[in-house]
Design a protein around this ligand. Sequence first.
Ligand code: 5GP
Ligand code: ZN
Length: 113
Amino acid sequence: MENCLFCKIIAGDIPSNKVYETEDVLAFRDIAPQAPVHILVIPKAHIASVGEINAENAAAAAKCLEAVAVIAKQEGLDSGFRVISNCGEDAGQTVHHLHFHILAGTKLSEKMV
Ligand code: 5GP
Ligand code: ZN
């Protein structure tokens, strides 16, 4: 997908700090971390957001969540973590390529979910 930041990261055109990669999924550290551990998990196939998941691409989204569980173990997030996916303007989505934020490494705010 042209002009998609995360597609450019997948292609290697923009560098990233990778933590996990499979044929279908890439995970890398967020450039502006909002917690001591802040990792983005994305499908290599371009899906704009959770709102665009359908029968054809659901497997790619599910593989991201499978990756979240592997990464949590790999990163030693034994005391917990939060998974967030912003969808659309009101949620503050800024990159329109499906991504799951993994936030961890501190006691996370109870004010938002
Ligand atoms: P959103 O606001 O769409 O839910 O999340 C987008 C995330 O992508 C933000 O947390 C932002 O810091 C991160 N981000 C934006 N540009 C880059 C980049 O070039 N590299 C990395 N690693 N993260 C980025
Ligand atoms: Zn993309």
